[in-house]
Design a protein around this ligand. Structure first.
Ligand code: KG4
Ligand code: ZN
Length: 331
């Protein structure tokens, strides 16, 4: 089954062609990072307009790269949320129009489901599995009992992990997006500062990173006031040590308590080298399935893979786009 998928939930315009919920034939991704960098974060209106400008080109590129014809496509899948409303609408309208014009069934896919199913590109999901989903907007522990049978165990009480990384990077003057830079610098420094590790003992499945973020701010502020010299690399290493310690220990405890067969680590922050290494070092009795770095951050291939399993479970949705599915009905 050949699926064309579209992802425009934030600042990546992406169209992919996947086969049978496993094989990625093409995955065209255009990042808008450079456009948003001067503003220190994603500007929603600018993001929507940039999606519009590159959308048609990305459709062409994905189809060409995959070496297929439009008539080979069995299903069109599109991220329906969560995400920036204007950005989502561009992708949904493009996908709906393409599906309607070519009389191909259409399906809306949850962005977070896509992040989880990115793991299926790398290996075989074994149920029940525990997913640690860490991205710019989400920090979740999920029990995946079977395909599309998912229970939310816990989430963040305040900032998402990626958001905390981006905010710490911003206060250290490291630019946007901060996660990859903090990760790189952390490997060049020493975790010499004793920052809090928010385990939330009475809430084993929940997270909170806003206090840790404030501690970094206070630490830097106090050192500057005292004219103490410090290495940004050491701050990054200390922050990353606290974050990864909490993420890994909570995942390990949850996996042991629930008796799962596998752990999936997914979402943009799953690209973090410190997190990937610590997960593998500390959890040795369970298989850890992590998408390769290019499938951790936002792209359409993960939406195509998730769509395949959603299609198998829900059956054909041949008339979907005819049933008044204006873009707004998706969201
Ligand atoms: O999944 P994603 O691409 O978009 C959302 O759905 O949010 O995740 C983006 C987030 C950003 O906050 C970015 O800073 C973070 O993932 N990120 C990282 C790394 N690479 C991306 N955070 C820590 N270390 C990284 N290597
Ligand atoms: Zn995402």
């Amino acid at each position: 089954m050949i699926i064309l998928s579209v992802e425009t939930s934030c600042d990546e315009t992406s169209v992919a062609i996947t086969k049978d919920g496993k094989i990625v034939l093409s995955n065209a991704v255009l990042s808008q990072i450079k456009i948003h960098q001067p503003y220190g974060g994603v500007v929603p209106e600018i993001a929507s307009r940039a999606h519009i400008e590159s959308m048609l080109y990305m459709f062409d590129k994905a189809i060409k790269d995959a070496g297929i014809k439009v008539s080979d496509i069995d299903l069109v899948a599109v991220t329906q949320g969560p995400g920036l409303i204007g950005s989502l609408l561009v992708g949904i309208n493009a996908a709906t129009t393409f599906a309607y014009a070519n009389q191909i069934p259409l399906m809306g896919v949850n962005h977070l489901l896509g992040h989880i199913y990115a793991a299926q590109i790398e290996g075989e999901m074994k149920f029940p599995l525990l997913t640690l989903l860490v991205s710019g907007g989400h920090t979740e522990l999920l029990l995946v009992k079977d395909h599309l049978d998912i229970e939310l165990l816990g989430t963040t009480l305040d900032d998402a992990v990626g958001e905390a990384y981006d905010k710490v990077a911003r206060m250290l003057g490291l630019g946007y997006p901060g996660g990859p830079v903090v990760d790189r610098l952390a490997h060049q420094g020493e975790a010499i500062y004793n920052l809090p590790k928010p385990f939330l003992k009475n809430e084993p499945f929940n997270f909170s990173f806003s206090g840790l973020k404030s501690s970094v701010l206070n630490l830097v502020h106090n050192m500057k006031q005292r004219n103490e010299s410090f290495k940004v690399e050491d701050i990054c290493a200390s922050f990353q040590e606290s974050v990864t310690e909490v993420l890994v220990q909570k995942t390990k405890d949850a996996a042991n308590n629930l008796g799962v067969k596998q752990i999936v680590v997914a979402g943009g922050v799953a690209a973090n080298k410190g997190l990937r290494t610590k997960m593998k070092e500390r959890i040795t009795d369970l298989e850890i399935l992590t998408p390769s770095i290019k499938y951790c951050t936002d792209q359409a291939a993960m939406i195509g893979i998730a769509a395949y399993y959603q299609f198998k479970k829900q059956g054909a949705l041949k008339d979907y786009y005819l049933k008044g599915s204006s873009a707004i009905n998706f969201i």
